[in-house]
Design a protein around this ligand. Structure first.
Ligand SMILES: C[S@@+](CC[C@H](N)C(=O)[O-])C[C@H]1O[C@@H](n2cnc3c(N)ncnc32)[C@H](O)[C@@H]1O
Length: 207
């Protein structure tokens, strides 16, 4: 499938689920919220959040940061913008594709992603874009689920993958840590939060 068509298809799936997203994800959120909090206490300065969805992270940012959030789904952006209205540290919520961001090189002190790399159509390309817009010595903070390395789980996740992909546009068998290396990141610190599937990844962006 051509790249542009693949992107449109995934965008369409997130537009379709946007209104129901918080309800559908609620059972997972009990586990996720504490990890969001843990990750975001390390955010500092001028922050970019990519694939913001409905803005689930907004309440966990420290007061003294300034967040710009982007998503390519206009329906997600609309919901996140509503949530941001009363929050002084959320500066902008913009409709933008993370594959081709309009920000200048070295703009952000921190880049944040949560549950985004299951769904971005071209993960290595996106990670290179993140590397570009993040300052030298800046941080990339990621809360991501990936494919397990365990011999029983790994093939099972491959078999199951078409189900979330067709519902959401989300893959459960991505190797995000390997993709980070492919994109040129070096200082990658990985903490397993649930089995070897849910990970808190902290990266220092040395250029
Ligand atoms: C699984 S949701 C996660 C939302 C949010 N980060 C969270 O933690 O709940 C993935 C989000 O990434 C967005 N997304 C996927 N690919 C994107 C791209 N290329 N550019 C911008 N946003 C993208 C989707 O529209 C969706 O809102």
């Amino acid at each position: 499938m051509p790249d542009a068509k693949k992107t449109e298809k995934i965008k369409h799936r997130y537009n379709r689920i946007a209104k129901l997203y918080d309800v559908v994800e609620k059972p997972m959120e009990n586990m996720f919220s504490k990890h969001r909090k843990e990750m975001l206490r390390n955010a500092c300065g001028n922050v970019l959040e990519v694939g913001v969805g409905t803005g689930k992270n907004f309440h966990y940012y420290p007061d003294n940061v300034e967040v710009t959030a982007i998503d390519f789904s206009p329906k997600m952006v609309k919901i996140a913008s509503e949530k941001a209205k009363d929050l002084k540290n959320i500066k902008d919520v913009l409709e933008m594709n993370v594959e081709n961001m309009t920000f200048a090189d070295n703009t952000f002190d921190t880049v944040v992603t949560s549950c985004v790399f299951c769904s971005v159509p071209h993960p290595v390309k996106v990670l290179k874009e993140i590397k570009r817009v993040c300052k030298n010595g800046g941080k990339v903070l990621m809360l991501e689920h990936v494919k397990s390395n365990k011999p029983v789980l790994a093939p099972f996740m491959d078999i199951l993958n078409p189900v979330p992909f067709h519902l959401y546009g989300a893959n459960i068998n991505r190797d995000t840590v390997d993709n980070l290396r492919k994109a040129g990141f070096k200082n990658i610190f990985v903490e397993d939060l649930w089995l070897d599937i849910l990970k808190l990844i902290t990266i220092r962006n040395d250029k």
